[in-house]
Design a protein around this ligand. Structure first.
Ligand code: NAI
Ligand code: MG
Length: 502
């Protein structure tokens, strides 16, 4: 993700107007929930309700799955692969032509700074749809020279009806990572967005309907995890479930899949990624990268470099530079283009992060920067927002809670190490394996660490680089399967082998 571009002279962006009631999309129709229930989505920068959203439950999931099945067996199933690609491409165009509106809506619902929504979320989302549009007619099988008088070939068929459950930290982007490959491979889908951030998913669904996706190909059912989410994961007529979120929730999703119809499961889960800075690194670049790699998106990133290992020889110098940089971070109104950090997504998340800060203090880590909710410089309008100051702990030890659990907030833990062998061992001492990074000018060291660290992505002298063309996913308990790139097609394809006697 590109670093945030800030232009100090720009005026505040106006928050978008949102309809007071948001229905859900099932079978091409915008409908209320079967139960009639709604839930409120909240602006995390002010704590005020934005609007009421239809609250889906098992009954709504059932209707959405039926609609998706019907669409699979209808015009969508018969549509040519090339035509399918063109539709995804039109969706990319529609998202692009509404990018300012979508960025503002994302900022309103999630709290992320408008500069980030515009510079990172939107371009990456558009690129993802565009990339998968190109795959629609290129995901094909093989002819195989088997023994005997047979003509043997494989067909790449869609898995069928796909359930997708996404989190609140990158709502638009997670939707694109799920929809792009699922649609390119010819599946139909039911999406359950996170209850904290349902608005952009509904708006993109509206755009998809407008560009001509047939009824029922795309269904969006907002609602809570244990109700709507669990109904989707445990549904007998859903062929595959794709989930992104907490590791413990991933286990529930996999259990529900196992106990229902053994639907295919792909999971993108949490992390506690080691970010390793050697003494021979370009120290200023490492400070910049580690700062971005932890604080970006209010620290709400599955890949956050939340175990920052710095070599003993440069530890003090690194800490000094990092402290200075973090103290200058601009926290506040997410609609101001200068803002670098907005609120956490919810009161619940604010409380969780506060809990980790208290745990760090109690366990004897040294608090150098931040540690409280918000500076007094925050405007009155934001007094009830869910802000947490950017926080830095040093003298963090491996067995402390803040060095072991996913904090998902703006809390940096800096640990000290002696040499490569030691940091490899400590870096891998976690049940997570999502990402890792190494800062060094020594090529051999860079390769040694990249090979040894057990993580799905390793960044060398950079952090948070993402591209729709390159796979992403976790080792160990950070997940199952790879999203993005050509690899993601495997998640949404069934391979059929055909033998014909000749
Ligand atoms: P979560 O994993 O509970 O929520 C993610 C999605 O799963 C949401 O759409 C939610 O409604 C759904 N969900 C929840 N329970 C479910 C169930 N039983 N069956 C099916 N779907 C279910 O994450 P939550 O509670 O919002 O955040 C808690 C922590 O999880 C965060 O502090 C963070 O550490 C971690 N997290 C990690 C993410 C990642 O990308 N790795 C994303 C979001 C949260
Ligand atoms: Mg949860």
């Amino acid at each position: 993700m590109a670093a945030t571009a800030t232009a100090p002279t720009k005026a505040r962006v106006t928050p978008p107007k949102v309809k007071a009631e948001q229905p859900m999309l099932i079978g091409g129709k915008w409908v209320p929930s079967v139960s009639g229930k709604t839930f409120q989505t909240v602006d995390p920068a002010t704590g005020k309700t934005i609007c009421e959203v239809a609250e889906g439950d098992k009954a709504d999931i059932d209707l959405a799955v039926k609609a998706a099945r019907k669409a699979m067996d209808g015009p969508w199933g018969r549509m040519s692969a090339g035509e399918r690609g063109r539709l995804i491409s039109k969706l990319a165009d529609a998202v692009e032509s509404h990018k300012d509106e979508l960025a503002a809506l994302e900022t309103l619902d999630n709290g992320k700074p408008i500069a980030d929504s515009l510079a990172a979320d939107l371009p990456l989302t558009i690129d993802c749809y565009r990339y998968y549009a190109g795959w629609a007619d290129k995901n094909h099988g093989q002819t195989i020279p088997v023994t005997g008088d047979y003509f043997c070939y494989t067909r790449h068929e869609p898995v069928g009806v796909v359930g997708q459950i996404i989190p609140w930290n990158f709502p638009l982007l997670m939707q694109a990572w799920k929809w792009g490959p699922a649609l390119a491979c010819g599946n139909t889908l039911v999406l359950k967005p996170a209850e904290q951030t349902p608005l952009t998913a509904l708006r993109v669904a509206e755009l998809a309907t407008n560009v001509g996706f047939p009824d029922g190909v795309i269904n969006v059912v907002p609602g809570y995890g244990p109700t709507a989410g669990a109904a989707l994961a445990g549904h007998m007529d859903v062929d595959k479930i794709a989930f992104t979120g907490e590791t413990s929730t991933g286990k529930l999703v996999m259990t529900a899949a196992a106990q229902s119809n053994l639907k295919r499961v792909s999971l993108e889960l949490g992390g506690k990624s080691p970010n390793v800075v050697f003494a021979d690194a370009d120290l200023d670049a490492a400070v910049e990268g580690a700062y971005f790699g932890l604080f970006f998106n209010q620290g709400q990133c599955c890949v956050a470099g939340s175990r920052l290992f710095v070599e003993e020889k440069v530890y003090d110098q690194f800490v000094e530079k990092m402290t200075k940089k973090t103290k200058g971070r601009r926290l506040g109104d997410p609609f101001h283009p200068d803002t670098e950090q907005g609120p956490q997504v919810s009161k619940e998340q604010q409380d969780r992060v506060r809990g980790y800060i208290e745990a760090g203090k109690k366990e004897g880590a040294k608090l150098l920067v931040g540690g409280s909710d918000a500076p007094s410089s925050l405007a009155a309008a934001h007094a009830n927002g869910y802000f947490v100051e950017p926080t830095v702990f040093t003298d963090v030890k491996d067995d402390m809670k803040i060095a072991q659990e996913e904090i998902f907030g703006p809390v940096m833990s800096i640990l000290k190490f002696k040499d490569a062998a030691e940091v490899i061992e400590r870096g891998n001492r976690t049940f997570y394996g999502l990402a890792a990074a190494v800062w060094t000018k020594d090529v051999q060291k860079a390769i040694r660490l990249s090979n040894a660290l057990k993580a799905g992505t390793v960044w060398v002298n950079c952090y948070d680089v993402f591209d729709a063309r390159a796979p992403f996913g976790g080792f160990k308990m950070s997940g199952i399967g790879r999203e993005l790139g050509q690899y993601a097609l495997q998640l949404y394809t069934e391979v059929k082998t055909v033998y014909m006697a000749v």
